[in-house]
Ligand binder design. Sequence first.
Ligand code: MRU
Length: 379
Amino acid sequence: MADQYAQTGEDSRPTEIPAIRWEEPPEGPVLVLLDQTRLPAEEVELVCTDASALVEAIRSLAVRGAPLLGIAGAYGVALAAVRGFDVDEAANALAGARPTAVNLAVGVRRAQDAHRTEFAKGGDARQAAEAALAAARTLHREDAEASGRMAERGLALLDELLPGGGHRILTHCNTGALVSGGEGTAFAVALAAHRVGRLRRLWVDETRPLLQGARLTAYEAARSGMAYTLLTDNAAGSLFAAGEVDAVLIGADRIAADGSVANKVGSYPLAVLARYHHVPFIVVAPVTTVDLDTPDGASIEVEQRPGHEVTELTAPQVPVAGAEAGGGVPVAPLGTQAYNPAFDVTPPELVTAIVTEEGVVSPVTAEALAALCEKSRQA
Ligand code: MRU
């Protein structure tokens, strides 16, 4: 059935999609973000001149996805430092802007530590700000490198698990260049398979309620020229039943010490489907997403989002007359209560493998994850 959906991406724009950059115009340093709430309709940039603007951009999902949140958080601390704001206050606000993706707090703390260390060494405010900025730039570069290594390891794993080639991959949410300093996590693996001619089709879950799959992954897939097909989240079951999925590839927002994986809501049902249909369920994430301080899945704080994201179809930034709180088109009676967790948690026993830049963990056990983190710490 996959080949009957034979369209490939036809977007001729360049495949590089810089989601974030630091700029130093004469008026003072700024952080420039590609506003992801406006994609794919418009490529609009958001210019943040202080950490509070960045906090707002993080909450509204203008900037999003675990690795990119880490990079943004680190630059946010640097921005506060360079512009002479209270760095610890900015760091706390940034780290708390969204609770589930551990990379955000990790990125913030990394720049904050560099800032503090420079002061402790006797540096002045300018030197401390430079140290924070250098830490953010390093994190940005490391994430790009990690992305390349995850893609290599992930492709090797796919080839091992699916020796016939012609992979039909199902993915959820958005995990490409829009969430990374490089080409992303799960999407980077699919892209690597595409480049060597081994991706037959990328099945893209639309990812309700905010449509990161439809708006963002389809946008990335179109720009890469790969064969992709969009489906509603609830069409995945029949796709598995028809034997059309060879593997599931997703990213992660936090991986607990026991290997439980928090990712965009809808990932756990895919893991259950994958197990029932004997299809590998593969998580691709940098080591910075593994949080050994969170013991298990139940300890992961899952962000709850506003109900209007479910009760309305949101055309971001386009106010609709008569709309309720979010400015979108109502699809439920006014006043309807909604359950809107941003993420769900997949237990380790449903995860075939976790692919990181440092190595692949399979089977997923607490011991194997701890050993991987230790190897990464020593590298
Ligand atoms: O709410 P979002 O859009 O920030 O959620 C993003 C995801 O769930 C991604 O799958 C996850 O961050 C991994 S990105 C490599």
